[in-house]
Design a protein around this ligand. Structure first.
Ligand SMILES: [Zn+2]
Length: 288
């Protein structure tokens, strides 16, 4: 069997963030192909993320017989009604392990001019979503969502919410009993959180994600900048994931291997980086 280049060096890795076909945007491989690449590379599992699809059912189907732990979740974009407790309840009842706050339909995404479903279907409303302190009208719905996530002991991920919203959300989530908290690529273009802000929020019990996608595509981003972010937040609160699956990118296991290599080349500790891509994300996602 042909092995994915570079992947042998990162066996035991769990990729918490990958995009697979079918999707509203072109992807490098479908669920089965992506999971095969991980299996060839010796990964232990992954979380399938669809900006516009609930992925728990897909994860369940593709995991069968794969030998990998594959999980799904729900992103609270327009297709799901935005900040919608019913979408969260249904996803969690079907085994979703990660609930992401709005990503492609977050107000930050529109402001940054990044892709959204309504850009390719111009007859759709260009509705964006926000939570307090940007939009207080959904405070009850956010509270209900947090209680549902706490009951399911699932992961709350901050999506593309702004730093102000993440700063409001994380303590609210803890008060509601959510213990699994993930800041979605905080140093990416959205929300463009500073390392100091991320470090402070991480000290409140959240993990901060750094992705291969940032290394490969984020304007003004390079390995040195990501390494400084990791160093300031501290290895125990960092999750390294690929956020890959785009057709122009290497395969997801290869992309994540490249991120680890690039950070190690900046002088970071390779075994600590490997823990950020294996034990830490796996512990965050896998149910007790
Ligand atoms: Zn993503």
């Amino acid at each position: 069997m042909r092995r994915t280049p570079g992947a042998a060096r990162v066996s035991g890795v769990f990729d918490l963030h990958v995009h697979a076909a079918p999707d509203v945007w072109a992807r490098r491989g479908d669920d089965a192909q992506i999971v095969r690449w991980y299996a060839e590379a010796g990964f232990t599992g992954c979380v399938l993320k669809g900006h516009y699809d609930a992925t728990a059912g897909r994860a369940h189907a593709v995991a069968a017989g794969s030998g990998l732990a594959v999980y799904g979740g729900q992103v609270l974009n327009q297709h799901a009604g935005g900040i919608n407790p019913a979408a969260v309840a249904a996803a969690l009842d079907m085994g979703a392990r990660v609930i992401w706050m709005p990503t492609a339909d977050a107000h930050t995404q529109a402001a940054a001019g990044l892709p959204r479903l309504c850009c390719q279907h111009t007859d759709l409303a260009d509705t964006t979503y926000a939570i307090p302190p940007v939009d207080w009208s959904v405070v009850a719905e956010v509270g209900q969502i947090l209680r549902l996530i706490a009951e399911a002991d699932a992961v709350l991920a901050t999506g593309h919410l702004s730093t102000a919203e993440v700063t409001w959300l994380l303590p609210a989530a803890r008060r509601a009993g959510v213990s699994r908290l993930l800041m979605t690529h905080p140093s990416y273009t959205v929300p463009a959180m500073s390392p100091a802000e991320a470090a402070e929020l991480a000290q409140q019990g959240a993990y901060a994600e750094v992705t291969a996608y940032q290394l490969l595509h984020q304007p003004d981003c390079d390995a040195a900048r990501l390494a400084r972010f990791v160093a300031e937040v501290g290895y125990p609160r960092i999750v390294l994931s690929s956020d890959a699956g785009q057709p122009e990118n290497p395969t997801p296991p290869e992309a994540l291997a490249r991120l680890i290599d690039a950070l190690a080349a900046e002088g970071l500790d390779r075994s600590a980086l490997l823990a950020c891509a294996s034990d830490i994300p796996e512990r965050l996602v896998v149910p007790k």
